[in-house]
Design a protein around this ligand. Structure first.
Ligand SMILES: Nc1ncnc2c1ncn2[C@@H]1O[C@H](COP(=O)(O)OP(=O)(O)O)[C@@H](O)[C@H]1O
Ligand SMILES: [Mg+2]
Length: 236
């Protein structure tokens, strides 16, 4: 079953077209990567889904076209967006950030057990539970951003460059924890990442964007074997 399908999505900033027919699909419970260089349109693709950028084309979620819906409507339909730069509330504690993620939920017990799940997944957050988010390291802030998004109980997580600004070993730890979150929760994921090596730790398949267009798509195994992917995105 397909959960999300983009068909020829376009987007403009003012007069400048930055998405020129992006198509991709995410199966229920699947994880799909969007790879590509800086400026390729990866972030804009996620924004067009979450309703923070106006888009053309079709954006089908659970069978219905959600294009043009407001961000809060999209969120209420079960799509959680972890933006580039993490978007945490620095003046609030880890605990408060996690609770804010669950603000639409009424199942108190479920919220408590999901907080416990997040703390098991990201042990650093347990140690920093009462710290202000602004006092966390970059890796911890990224874990918190993912944890907060998970607390909304989404069906689909949009993840934007979780590795940005992190040391390689920290980025790997974060990706492996997200992969575990995926295995244990069954949440589908659309994962934007410049570092293909990291993305392939998490996704089953990916599409490569160049100047707002798909130029290559395939399973992770297929893409890893392609010379052009190795040269451009795998450092060799
Ligand atoms: N708010 C904006 N206003 C104008 N141009 C933008 C804005 N955000 C991004 N762009 C431009 O749109 C293109 C795609 O950007 P983006 O989707 O952020 O790419 P990526 O995430 O792949 O680095 C780039 O050329 C970028 O400079
Ligand atoms: Mg980006």
């Amino acid at each position: 079953m397909t959960l999300l399908e983009l068909q020829s999505v376009t987007a403009f900033y003012g007069p400048v077209q930055v998405l020129d027919g992006v198509s991709l699909s995410v199966p229920e419970g699947g994880a799909v990567g969007i790879l590509g260089a800086n400026g390729a349109g990866k972030t804009t693709t996620l924004r067009s889904i979450s309703g923070t950028v106006r888009a053309g084309g079709r954006i089908l979620y659970d069978g219905a076209d959600i294009r043009g819906k407001r961000p809060e409507q999209v969120a209420a339909m079960g799509i959680a967006h972890v933006p580039e730069g993490r978007g945490g509330f620095g003046a609030l504690t880890v605990r408060e950030n996690l609770r804010i993620g669950a603000y639409l939920r009424r199942d108190r017990k479920g919220v408590e057990s999901d907080i416990e799940f997040v703390l098991e997944l990201f042990p650093n957050l347990r140690e920093r539970y009462k710290s202000h988010a602004s006092a966390l390291s970059g890796g911890e802030q990224q874990m918190l951003a993912v944890g907060r998004a998970f607390m909304a109980k989404p069906r689909l997580l949009l993840l934007d460059e979780a590795s940005l600004g992190l040391a390689p070993s920290t980025a790997m730890t974060v990706y492996d924890a997200i992969a575990k979150l995926r295995r244990e929760s069954g949440i589908a994921m659309l994962v934007v990442e410049q570092n293909a090596n990291l993305a392939f730790r998490l996704v089953d398949s990916a599409t490569v964007l160049e100047t707002g267009r798909n130029v290559l798509s395939g399973t992770s195994a297929e893409l890893k074997g392609m010379d052009e992917i190795r040269r451009a995105y795998l450092g060799g």
